[in-house]
Design a protein around this ligand. Sequence first.
Ligand SMILES: [Zn+2]
Length: 249
Amino acid sequence: MIELSDKEKVRYSRHLLLQEVAEQGQRQLKAAHVAVVGCGGLGSPALFYLAASGVGKLTFVDDDMVELSNLQRQILYKINHLGQQKSKAAGKVLASLNNEIALFPIAERLTESNIEPALKGADIVLDCSDNFATRYLLNRFCLAHEKVLISGAAIAARGQLMCFDFREQSPCYECIFPNTQQSEALNCDNAGVMSPLLGVIGAQQALLAINVLLGHHQGSHFSYYSGLSMSQSIIELEKDKACTCCSEK
Ligand SMILES: [Zn+2]
């Protein structure tokens, strides 16, 4: 089993104090590999917390450049990153936070042809993207490879957190959001979003990933969060037996 250095024991001492993590759990985090797809409003807080928590390997994927209108919510980036590739800028910021973890930035848009090499090493995949094409692609990939998919979404003042545990009999993303061609995605660019809501949902994605890695969470999860009433409701979901994506499985 992978060991912690003396410096890491100091860095992660507030985790080591917890029964829920402790030294054994911190070693599990160090051995883990999490992939984050989308380094925007959700990916920023998720990556910050995963890196700070000591997840040993982080792959992160984004083909966009940093723009001024991103700075309202994409907290990885600063004025001096304007015009830079998000994945590269994110890599620099995360390395300055934690230089004891391995970072694998990918400055590409995920497609059928590059998803396998990009994500095959990951234990868990976080969907922090803002479009249905990527969400459906990730769903099919994680289903086929039995990887846990933790999906976040936030628009206006409403957020969603979803976990699809394909190691078990979990519904899939398409059971809930069928891939009907007419669905046009609302996203932060065209509908707007309350900035800290992305922090709430992105941090929940990171926390849920850590809970899965440490064995504190199994199975699927679906919850809605209201950024106005500050309430969160958990919804029980079932597999859609007619789902064209997972019904064969
Ligand atoms: Zn399904």
